[in-house]
Design a protein around this ligand. Sequence first.
Ligand code: 13P
Length: 254
Amino acid sequence: MRVPLIAGNWKMNTTVAEALDLVRAMKDELEKVTDVETAICPPFVSLAPVKELLAGSTIKLGAQNLFFAEKGAYTGEISSLMVADLCEYVIIGHSERRQYFNETGDIVNKKVTAALQAGLKPILCIGESLEENEAGSTEEVLAEQLSLSLAAVVDLNGLTVAYEPVWAIGTGKPATGEQANGTISFIRQSIAEAYGEKAAQEIRILYGGSVNSANAAEFMQQPEIDGALVGGASLKANEFISIVNQTSLIKHRK
Ligand code: 13P
């Protein structure tokens, strides 16, 4: 039985003071839910103060990126060792990084590898663009992103995959539950082919893209969807709490 994970990707939002306020507004309610794992991924500068605020909490902390070298002359970058000091999770290969910061499959692979080596749990994001979707090449694109990202990775232990169709991110136009479930089922099948059935059954695959409290139930009702990577709605305490509560209710109904 895969434990559901709801992770909030705050992206480039919140000052340190705002981040702390947001955590304070969610903390008590999120901690009441014990059968869903929750993680928040604030900007780098807020990680240390948020970690302090979350001392002893069940809420996990994640970073939104890292650089693959351990240390050295890479001005402005943050390494896996630095992230591992503060966080359990790290988002890797988000489509915004692929789009705006030219992250290729090779770079994503190096980052996943560095994260795993540092003992971090990467949340690897994959997803097709609108053009690719309309051209009917979704599965081909996802299979390629997956194999490039995981090249030379032999053990998927600790890894989570997030399926985030680019056309659904920040657009208010999410996939349907059924669409997302079908595509995630394809992703799980691809993992089974490369890593075996056991690894495929164990790995968590999340959906991301315009998830909010009004549509969360539709996704969580799907058997292949193990949680969500939430962007905009994770910046509103009540929205995020509601998504986590609904996940708990739905995934543990039986
Ligand atoms: P939105 O929930 O704002 O669409 O963002 C999704 C996302 O990119 C999470 O990583």
